[in-house]
Write a protein that binds this ligand. Structure first.
Ligand SMILES: Nc1ncnc2c1ncn2[C@@H]1O[C@H](COP(=O)(O)OP(=O)(O)OP(=O)(O)O)[C@@H](O)[C@H]1O
Ligand SMILES: [Mg+2]
Length: 257
């Protein structure tokens, strides 16, 4: 018997007032791979993430995370199940420091009962130290030590983007959904992202699904690519196969025309 897929999406569809934003989409993500979703603006990429995160209820189809039927899971339990994400428009607490934002990222591992925390103070101390250690590991990995005590609102764009990735990693996800991790970054910052994604995959063993427009980055880090247009699957394959695919080329040319 084959091992279960990390993520298994079948015939997924959603409509917004007659617009088929996602239309009968199926794909599997294997444990340990970097899986990219590409397509022109408005193709339905972020909507797929919003369906997996359970922000949106599909009109049809299924989403399995390992053996878990995600359509049975409410949105607030998704992070606790080990699914982390970043957003196309960075979502951080602007007035809080980098460190405070990262500690919020640990939330899914925190004890839910403050009364118990009060009764078992020594244990809490240990717990708190453990959270700090995890956060420090991520700070080292993504090289953001110099920003640690700065407010998010005072950071340059590239650093904010980086902190959002760090915040997602602090939750120790099994599956990470990244919506355009390199958008708005210069080529040097994009290089950094490609190295970090390799580290996240190889050293942390996290499975990554990434929406991205930068095809150079996709070609460097993705094992497989799903190309969509108008909510529909055009092709699934290796980065080379997708780049050479005539239907994919037409989708982009059509979108540009
Ligand atoms: N909440 C919503 N209400 C109505 N329409 C929506 C909603 N969310 C998405 N859509 C529509 O669904 C389609 C797909 O949008 P989506 O944001 O998924 O595109 P995308 O592929 O992420 O594009 P981009 O590359 O520009 O980020 C668009 O036509 C969009 O207007
Ligand atoms: Mg989008």
């Amino acid at each position: 018997m084959s091992a279960p897929q990390m993520l298994s999406v079948r015939n997924l569809s959603i409509e917004f007032g007659g617009v088929h934003a996602v239309d009968n989409v199926s794909f599997d993500v294997q444990p340990g791979e970097v899986f990219a979703i590409i397509g022109p603006n408005g193709a339905g990429k972020s909507t797929i993430f919003n369906l997996i995160s359970r922000f949106y209820e599909p009109t049809a189809g299924s989403i399995f995370y390992g053996e878990h039927d995600l359509l049975e899971v409410p949105a607030h339990r998704i992070a606790r199940m080990g699914i982390g994400r970043t957003f196309q428009n960075i979502e951080l607490f602007e007035q809080a420091t980098v460190l405070q934002n990262l500690l919020v990222g640990r939330h899914r591992h925190m004890r839910p009962n403050p009364f118990l925390e009060f009764l078992f103070l020594p244990g809490v101390k240990k717990n708190e130290l453990e959270h700090r250690r995890k956060v420090e590991d991520v700070i080292d990995l993504l090289e953001i030590a110099r920003y640690r005590d700065q407010r998010i609102a005072d950071l340059p764009y590239g650093a904010r983007k980086n902190v959002e990735l760090a915040r997602a990693l602090c939750a120790e996800p099994t599956l990470l959904l990244l919506d355009e991790p390199a958008s708005g970054l210069n080529s040097e910052e994009t290089d950094d992202v490609s190295f970090w994604l390799e580290d996240i995959k190889h050293d942390l063993g996290v499975t990554i699904v990434m929406v991205e427009h930068d095809m150079n980055l996709v070609a460097r880090v993705a094992d497989r690519v799903l190309a969509i247009n108008d909510g529909k699957v055009i092709a699934i394959g290796t980065p080379d196969e997708i780049r050479d695919n005539v239907a994919v080329q037409h989708a982009y040319l059509g979108a540009a025309a």
